[in-house]
Write a protein that binds this ligand. Sequence first.
Ligand SMILES: NC(=O)c1ccc[n+]([C@@H]2O[C@H](COP(=O)([O-])OP(=O)(O)OC[C@H]3O[C@@H](n4cnc5c(N)ncnc54)[C@H](O)[C@@H]3O)[C@@H](O)[C@H]2O)c1
Length: 435
Amino acid sequence: MKQICVVGVGYVGLVTAACFADLGNRVIALDINEEKIDGLKKGVMPIYEPGLEELVYRNVKAGRLTFTTSYAEGLAGTEFVFIAVGTPSGVDGEADLRYVAESARMVAENMTEPLIIVNKSTVPVGTGDWTADIIRKHQKKPIRFSVVSCPEFLREGSAISDFMQPYRTVLGSLDLEAAEKVAQLHLPLRAPIMITDLRTAEMIKYASNAFLATKISFINEIANICEALGADVKEVAVGMGYDKRIGPHFLDAGLGYGGSCFPKDVKALAYMAAEKGRHPQLLNAVMEINNDRRPMAVEKLKEMLGGLDGKVVGLLGLSFKPNTDDMRDAPSLVIAELLQKAGAKVKAYDPVAMEVARPLMPHVEMCTDIYEMAEGCNALMVITEWNEFKQLDLVRLKSIMKQAVILDGRNIYDPVDMKRAGFRYRGLGRGYNND
Ligand SMILES: NC(=O)c1ccc[n+]([C@@H]2O[C@H](COP(=O)([O-])OP(=O)(O)OC[C@H]3O[C@@H](n4cnc5c(N)ncnc54)[C@H](O)[C@@H]3O)[C@@H](O)[C@H]2O)c1
C-alpha cells in the first residue's frame, strides 16, 4: 500500500485522491480551505461530480481516504505528493502560479523524508524546474526530492471514468527512477504510459487542450459559413466525423468552449509563445472565434424577437457543460449580461449549477424547473445541453410562453420537430433549417 498526499481538493484533486484510494492506496487529501475540508470530513462534497460522493464515502469508510488542512499531517510518512491546485488566468492571460508557488513552499517547509513531488496542475512549460528551485530554497534541511509532471486530462462530468480509464498517462521528469515510481501507481489503469522530460510533458497538456479548442472553433467557423450558404453544420459534422483522420468528437457547433480549462489554457499558451517572440496566429484566431459566439447568439435572438428591450428570456442551463456545477467562464455569464444590457429580463434553470451561479448573476431569476421558468417568456435560449432538456413537453411549453421562440445554442433539437410544434426555432449554423 503506497501513501499519497494530494494537495488541493478541487475538481482534479478530489477525484485524484478518491480514485487513488479506490485503487488501494492510502491517501491524505489536503486543502487550505477549512470549510471544504470540514465539509468533506462530514461527507459533504464541495463540488458536483457524478459518482464522486459514493466513491469518497466508500474509501473514507474503508480507512483509505482522509482529509486535512495540515501539511505536516499530510506529508508524514508520504512518498508521493500530488499538487492539484488551481492555475487561473493572470491579467495578461499568463497562468497565475501563486497557488503552485505557495503549495511548493509549504511542501518544502514540512517535508521530513525523501519525496516525489508530482505536478497535476496545468502549468506553463518550465514550471517543474521552477518548483524544484522553490523546494530547494525553502527546505529546512536538504532532503532528497524529485519533481515529476503528470498533467491531468480528465473532463468534469465524467471525471471518475476519465481518471480510471484514461487514453494515456503522460509523465515528465529529469529523474527516470522517480517517473517510473509514479508510473507504477498508474499501472492498474492499464493505459499507455509515456515517460518524457519535464518540459515536454507540460507542453503536451497545453498542446492537447489547444488542439481540442481549435476543433471547436473550427466547427464554429464552419457553422457561420453554413448559415451564409444554407448548409446544416450538424450534418456536415456527422459527414466529416466518419473520416478516421478527423473523428466525430469536438465537432459540435454552438456557443463555444468555456469552463475552467480551455479558455485559460489557450490564452496561457499564446502568452508563452508571444513572450518568446513567436506569433501564435492560429491560437489568436481560435480565441477570437470563440469570443464571438456569445454576442452572436444574443444578436440572433434580438433579430428573432425584433428587439430585446422589455422581453423575458429563459436560459436553459447555466453551467459551462452538462453534468457539472462549474460556472468558470460559462457562456451563460456573458449571455445573461448582454441580454440584461439590452433591456431583457432573464430567468434561468439549471439542474445543479444554480447555487454556484446565483451570486455570479444576482439579477437573474433562478427557477425551480423548466416550466416555471418558461411561464411568460418571450423566448428560451438553450445554453447547456443537459439531457433533461432534450425531451421537453412542447405543447405545455407553447401554452405557457408568451411567444413560442427558441434559440438553440447547442443544436439539441430537430428544427423540423420544432416547427411542427409551432415554434419559431433557430439553431446555430443550421442553414436552410433556420426559420
Ligand atoms: N477542472 C478540470 O476539469 C481540469 C482538468 C484537467 C486539468 N485541470 C487543471 O488542474 C488544476 C486544478 O484545477 P481544478 O479545477 O481542480 O481547481 P479548483 O479550483 O477546483 O481546485 C483547486 C483547489 O486547490 C486549493 N488550494 C489553493 N491553494 C492551495 C494551497 N496552497 N494548499 C492547498 N490547497 C490549495 C483550493 O482551495 C481549491 O480547493 C488546474 O491547473 C487546472 O487547469 C483541471
